[in-house]
Ligand binder design. Sequence first.
Ligand code: 6PG
Length: 223
Amino acid sequence: MDFRAYPDREMLAMGLADALASCLRRCLTTHDSASFCVPGGTSPGETFATLSGADLEWDRVHVFLNDERWVPEDHARSNTKLLRETLLTDKAARARLVPLVNDAPTPEEGIPALEAGFEGRFPISLLLLGMGTDMHTASLFPGADKLDLAMSNTAPVLVPMRADTAGEPRVTLSRRVLADAMDIHVLIMGDEKRAVLEDARTRDPMQAPIAAFLRDATVHWAP
Ligand SMILES: O=C(O)[C@H](O)[C@@H](O)[C@H](O)[C@H](O)COP(=O)(O)O
């Protein structure tokens, strides 16, 4: 694991946006398109806003979330809404969004149509993950109903997920497809998350799902 500490959150947003843009640019020199998989939640907003102004061929970039809450796209807790408002603006408005939610009443009913949209998108070129203080990442929550399946080597691309701490039902990319990414970055902020991440490194991924991704990751942190 590579750990990059920034003096403050503004510097983190600038440094991380720069690292992500360079990686996408590099990928597009050797490939027709790039797959860029990003977290929801509150932490990446400023990084996304900075990255959206980066000069690169966004129309060759396929963007999708690590996970989504099963709520309509205009819901306050929709990660897709956040993505449209922060990353998919300015120059990055030309990127192609691969949807992770649809009108089906449950994730189970919606997943077959969503999985079809992921054809040709793997391996992920660039993965950015967040982390909760319970050591979850994407919607891989400790104790969640389908965690066994989502962490297994034979998992499908998308797994429906319910957990007491998750709020609404979720859909998440499985560990297998996330960990297969060519380049993995993790974004965390604050002293509490730094300590939690250190602790997670020593734990079994079934208790600390973020641990499944740390060995090859670059972690970006600011107080
Ligand atoms: O939909 C989600 O909740 C996320 O994708 C999730 O995995 C997130 O990255 C962490 O919970 C951190 O969230 P914060 O950045 O809000 O702390």
